[in-house]
Design a protein around this ligand. Structure first.
Ligand code: ADP
Ligand code: MG
Length: 292
């Protein structure tokens, strides 16, 4: 039977919006030495906005219409930002069918003329698209995410997307350290300059930041970290599901996170406030001391 101390800790955590799938996850959390965090939608708000649009043919509205069409079915934060940008300009998404998510890379679909895609350099490389267009250099401020739009191997242009660190992220990381967590790392599919900017705001050192990671890279890094003790992973996306499953304690952002992430996780964080997570960690440690 589950000790009373654990039951009462589970219900206290639940009142703070942290739902454990069982008492074992609470006990394991107490022993976690390393916390690995996804960036987008986890350490950042995920409420991104489109900041610049570069359409090589000069037709920004047509470009945004096709881009919004490709992203129409995606639950990614970038997709939501693109749909909001299109709506704000009164642009209707172009019809795009058969869209398939490519976790960590972007999304691919089909329209009347063939394959259309939106994503990062990994996806562009798969499509044999050339990212050497001179206008792209001016678009790249270094600290924002670039999303490329292409039709087959032809690059049509790109947008920049900006996202901000959650206000609760820095205090939550500090509280985890004070609470005895030895290592904190960030693992993101986004590119390194963006990851470094957010990391700096959160007091993370460059060595603690892993960027341009595909879902399988996150799993591999989790295995490496696991050699040094118990590891928790905190994430929100489809791209995080494998890392969440691999973690000793998988923690999914519940409010705006994806269904797949929630299913793979041991803990759901219903609050957007990451300090609730640090509180749950402290609670797990206190409980472990009581029942031992
Ligand atoms: P993170 O690990 O930071 O949560 P993801 O793995 O979800 O990021 O995404 C990694 C990168 O893949 C994004 O920064 C973006 O460049 C690209 N990407 C993923 N999904 C999409 C999408 N639906 N549209 C455009 N780009 C995408
Ligand atoms: Mg994410």
């Amino acid at each position: 039977s589950v000790p009373a101390a654990i039951l009462s800790a589970l219900s206290a955590a639940a009142r703070g919006g942290v739902l454990f799938k069982g008492g074992a996850a609470l006990e394991t959390l107490a022993a976690v030495e390393t916390f690995a965090f996804d960036k987008t939608g986890t350490l950042t708000t995920g409420r991104a906005s489109v900041t610049r649009v570069l359409a090589f043919d000069g037709d920004e509205d047509g470009f945004l219409s096709l881009l919004a069409g490709v992203e129409a079915q995606s639950e990614h934060h970038i997709a939501a930002a693109i749909r909001r940008a299109a709506t704000a300009r009164g642009i209707t998404p172009a019809p795009v069918a058969e869209t398939v998510n490519r976790p960590g890379k972007g999304i691919v679909g089909t329209d009347a003329l063939g394959t259309v895609w939106a994503g990062n350099p990994y996806l562009a490389a798969e499509m044999d698209a050339d990212l050497g267009h001179p206008a792209l250099a001016a678009l790249d401020t270094g600290s924002q995410t670039l999303v490329y739009l292409g039709r087959g191997p032809q690059l049509l242009g790109a947008i920049t997307v900006a996202d901000e660190a959650r206000a609760s992220a820095a205090p939550a990381l500090a509280a985890l350290r004070t609470g005895g967590v030895r290592r904190i790392v960030m693992m993101t599919g986004d590119r390194r300059p963006v990851a470094l900017r957010i990391g700096r705001e959160l007091g993370l050192h460059p060595e603690q930041i892993h960027a341009a990671m595909l879902p399988e890279d996150k799993v591999r890094e989790m295995a490496a970290l696991a050699e040094r003790g118990r590891v928790a992973f905190v994430g929100d996306g489809v791209n995080d599901a494998a890392a969440l499953a691999r973690a000793d304690v998988g923690i999914a952002m519940g409010a705006a996170g994806s269904e797949v992430a929630l299913q793979a996780a041991d803990v759901a964080l219903l609050s957007e406030d990451l300090r609730r997570l640090a509180e749950a960690h402290r609670l797990s440690r206190r409980t472990a001391r009581i029942i031992r």
